[in-house]
Design a protein around this ligand. Sequence first.
Ligand code: SAH
Length: 256
Amino acid sequence: MTGKVALVGAGPGDPDLITVKGLRLLQNADVVLYDRLIPMSLLEQVRPTAELIHVGKTPYQRGISQAEINALMIEKAQQGHLVVRLKGGDPFVFGRGAEEALACHQAGIAFEVVPGVSSAIAAPAYAGIPVTHRHISTAFTVFTGHEDPTKADGQTDYAALSRVGTLVLLMGVAHLAGITERLITAGLDPDTPAACIEWASTDHQRVVIGTAGTIAQRVLDAGIDAPATTVIGAVVSLAAQGVAWFDPLTSDHDDP
Ligand code: SAH
């Protein structure tokens, strides 16, 4: 009998932030293909007989390719296994979940998608920053900083981004200076509050606060590195007004 694939979001870092549905699937999995940025203690939840396969890709290093991951996932399901493909945050937010879903569809493998708590929303929340606020921001936009901002024919429309409410930047540490510069040139007020959150929801969490004009230098000075999420928008000021609530030193787990 053919098995099945579940594309499961593991949440942003705290292992308790996986969904109940995701956890149940993990506990029943025969095979778990997991990424680099998942809370590793979640793997303690699997059955002793489950096969655990790390398919995480390290930035700038040649690891397992997406085609190889797809092939492995399909092969294990064709052998009759329940395959959990465990991904950081939400599988459909910069997680290549759709590519894996399509690969299953094309191979005739049944699949389901279990959304996860995305760092796009959870990282700001753990720094006391709501991505919307009734009186301050009626929209938020999540975008990737993967693209080199000095590229002339890039896909990122900085002019559009500079006008669309709260900005949430994922994969944006390496290019942060160039990205904020492009946004400011396109019309974003350099005094717009900004924050960068590293290892959100874990006991390694660090938060750096500044403005659109200063955040890149502050991040550099603090030695903030991936994984980190940057928020730019007036909502950032709510953290200092009393919404900040999370203290990594008193968090009750030590992932990742
Ligand atoms: N699917 C994931 C995002 C994958 S892209 C999700 O929904 O969260 C990887 C990027 O996510 C990182 O470069 C970083 O910008 C962000 N990220 C992941 N984990 C994070 C964490 N614990 N703290 C802050 N940002 C995080």
